[in-house]
Ligand binder design. Structure first.
Ligand code: AMP
Ligand code: MG
Length: 337
């Protein structure tokens, strides 16, 4: 169905309108602190099916369910380990997704047939108001077309979803800029499945953290992975992206000798003025880089870049999430200098 996609704000009538659409089984683009989400009633199979259709998402890639607060946990999941409650006390609401055994109230389509489901409680005020007003819990993957960089502004969502969904709520730029930290629990340990703003270091105050190998290593065809998203090439701009690791000086030397038609550099802000080829810098600190990464990848698409040389980020704190997304954008192509 082709929609005349409405751009809504965060006024009371606009939030009420968005919440009504969701209560009626429709899909709405909503802001969260991580990235924009494509939200629908997580308990409504037909509504969830529309999310997969709008995104062109493979049916075996599960959706995260967004709750209003921790008191709802036991209604949707069971066998919740004690550390999950402790983590929830510290990090929820916030950008943390916990994978837990699901109850049958969550339809199989939402969890892509798995017997577990990822649960998150977002802190973004607009997301919270939409959850509260709709009276629903929301299945919400990132609001991009499957495979393209995640959206961090309402305009990014409009570019991908125009005509595919009835409305988008514009809540400004997403403050974190990369998707939530995804974890599961095994024998009293935490397994990091997807790095995000909440880092392995912060989690390790609660239990030993195992960083899944596929955070930094490509899965080979047919290989079993613990989190379906690890199988897919994600976040890819149209350009070929290559990560250059090494010092800032080596990076500059490399890009300045590899210029050409459609070739761009993606340096840290501090290196930008030394680039003698066209460039779009993506911040200096891991937090700035997380907030800017996807917008910068989309800008390279807009200007028709063919080759992008990105300086390898630090992997400290949220930097590991930036590195993980950039690796996927680059198809794991790294040149070490
Ligand atoms: P997105 O909705 O685009 O943020 O992607 C959600 C990602 O979270 C998926 O691609 C999975 O990798 C991960 N995820 C969600 N639910 C589960 C689950 N039940 N088990 C393992 N990983 C999950
Ligand atoms: Mg996504």
């Amino acid at each position: 169905m082709a929609y005349d996609t409405k751009l809504l704000g965060t006024s009371e009538p606009d939030i009420a309108y968005a919440a009504k659409l969701i209560a009626d089984g429709k899909v709405v683009g909503i802001p969260t602190e991580t990235v924009y989400g494509l939200a629908a009633d997580a308990e409504n199979e037909e509504a969830v099916r529309k999310i997969f259709e709008a995104k062109g998402r493979p049916q075996d890639n599960p959706l995260i369910v967004h709750l209003a607060d921790v008191s709802q946990l036991e209604y949707y999941v069971h066998d919740i380990p004690n550390i999950a409650y402790k983590l929830a006390e510290k990090f929820c609401p916030g950008p943390l997704t916990m994978v837990l055994p699901k109850r049958s109230i969550i339809p199989d389509i939402t969890s892509a047939g798995l017997d577990t489901v990822g649960i998150r409680i977002p802190y973004h005020p607009a997301a919270r108001r939409i959850i509260a007003e709709s009276g629903k819990v929301l299945a919400a993957p990132s609001a991009n077309l499957s495979g393209s960089p995640s959206p961090t502004t309402a305009m990014h969502v409009m570019n991908d979803m125009k005509g595919r969904i009835p409305a988008i709520v514009d809540g400004g730029s997403c403050p974190v800029g990369v998707e939530s930290t995804v974890i599961s629990f095994e024998n009293g340990k935490i397994r990091l499945l997807r790095p995000g703003f909440i880092s392995a270091d912060e989690l390790s105050e609660f239990a030993e953290v195992i960083c899944d190998r596929h955070i930094t290593e490509a899965a080979v065809d047919g290989e079993q992975v613990r989190s379906p998203g690890m199988k897919y090439k994600h976040y890819s701009p149209k350009a070929n992206v290559t990560i250059i690791s090494g010092s800032g000086d080596k990076f500059i030397e490399y890009v300045n000798s590899h210029g050409g038609n459609g070739v761009y550099a993606m340096p840290f802000d501090d290196d930008a003025e030394k680039c003698r080829i066209p460039c779009i810098p993506y911040g200096n600190t891991p937090e700035e880089q997380a907030a800017k990464l996807f917008a910068v990848l989309r800008e390279f698409d807009d200007i028709g870049a063919k080759q992008v040389y990105a300086r390898c980020p630090s992997v400290n704190g949220v930097g590991l999430a930036v590195y993980n997304r950039l690796l996927r954008a680059a198809g794991f192509e790294v040149i070490a200098l």
